[in-house]
Design a protein around this ligand. Structure first.
Ligand SMILES: NC(=O)c1ccc[n+]([C@@H]2O[C@H](COP(=O)([O-])OP(=O)(O)OC[C@H]3O[C@@H](n4cnc5c(N)ncnc54)[C@H](OP(=O)(O)O)[C@@H]3O)[C@@H](O)[C@H]2O)c1
Length: 264
């Protein structure tokens, strides 16, 4: 299927690895121009170089910003002229007791997970409305629904994205711009693979058994009962970035294998 993305320019935050990196690959396969983001020059240059080997004809740029520091973002914003597709993907978390999560940790997750997308949407949405085409996606998490007790701060930031996304969609009424929220479930990124390997080692089990027991105990409502691949998640994200998804606006689209349960 031709997703009609040739010539569109996309910025994906937190995209030197994981879901963001895979999404960048698929966008490049579809002919889009991509801006990759990470905190450090070295990791961004490395990720750009990897993609240039895979897609030598493609236009791939770096956007080096640490969203923990809003000043850095303000300084770098002017370096991008036009964005058609904004994927607010960056997300950090702490896994610890509510009582041990510090105010600084709450604040950092709020800056990175919420304010990065707020600032970028504030900057790029007016141009999208003026040109009468654009896509903004907020990458949430199954944790917005599950709220694991060791991830209350992270889950709260993800839940906020749903309201921001719906509110911004309301600003796009009668235009060809859309704003949606995507909800991934447990996804086999480099970080998740490491988590599984360490758990398997500690429990002296093989990886398959460890994955199975994680879903049994921690994600009992999952219908998939396995980690989704980054490609499975990226493909849905890229479809939602494309002109083909034009009737989906102000929506929440789950790619969580059913883990959040229920019908909403
Ligand atoms: N993986 C899952 O199972 C899962 C499940 C549900 C939802 N999600 C959500 O999906 C999104 C992507 O998750 P992921 O697991 O693919 O992410 P990840 O692998 O943890 O993300 C790593 C990326 O984030 C960048 N990054 C981290 N902190 C940053 C900061 N302060 N400023 C700028 N960039 C920063 C890293 O860049 P450098 O290291 O190069 O600086 C790297 O590109 C997140 O919003 C996450 O909450 C993930």
């Amino acid at each position: 299927m031709n997703l009609k993305l040739t010539g569109k320019t996309a910025l994906i935050t937190g995209s030197t690895s994981g879901i963001g990196f895979e999404t960048a690959k698929i966008l490049l396969e579809e002919g889009a121009v991509v801006y990759l983001n990470g905190r450090k020059k070295s990791s961004v240059n490395e990720a750009v170089a990897k993609l240039k080997v895979l897609y030598p004809q493609a236009e791939i740029n770096g956007f080096i910003v640490d969203f923990k520091n809003p000043e850095e973002l303000n300084q770098q914003l002017q370096s991008i002229e036009k964005i058609d597709i904004l994927i607010n993907n960056v997300g950090i978390y702490t896994s610890k007791s509510f009582f041990e999560t510090s105010a600084d940790e709450w604040q950092q997750q709020f800056e990175v997970n919420v304010m990065s997308g707020v600032a970028l949407a504030k900057y790029f949405l007016p141009g999208m409305l003026q040109r009468n085409w654009g896509r903004i996606l907020f990458i949430s998490s199954e944790c917005a629904y599950l709220v694991p007790t060791d991830m209350i701060s992270y889950s709260a930031t993800k839940a906020m994205l749903h309201a921001i996304s719906r509110g911004l969609a309301q600003l796009t009424k009668s235009t060809e711009v859309t704003v949606n929220t995507v909800v991934p479930g447990s996804t086999l990124t480099e970080g998740a693979a490491l988590f599984l390997e360490e758990k398997a080692k500690a429990q002296q089990q093989d990886l398959k058994r460890t994955e199975h027991s994680f879903f049994e105990s921690d994600r009992p409502h999952s219908l998939l009962q396995r980690f989704a691949s980054v490609r499975e998640v990226g493909q849905t994200i890229v479809y939602l970035c494309s002109p083909l998804s034009s009737a989906t606006n102000g929506s929440v689209i789950k790619i969580d294998g059913g883990s959040s349960g229920g019908i909403l």
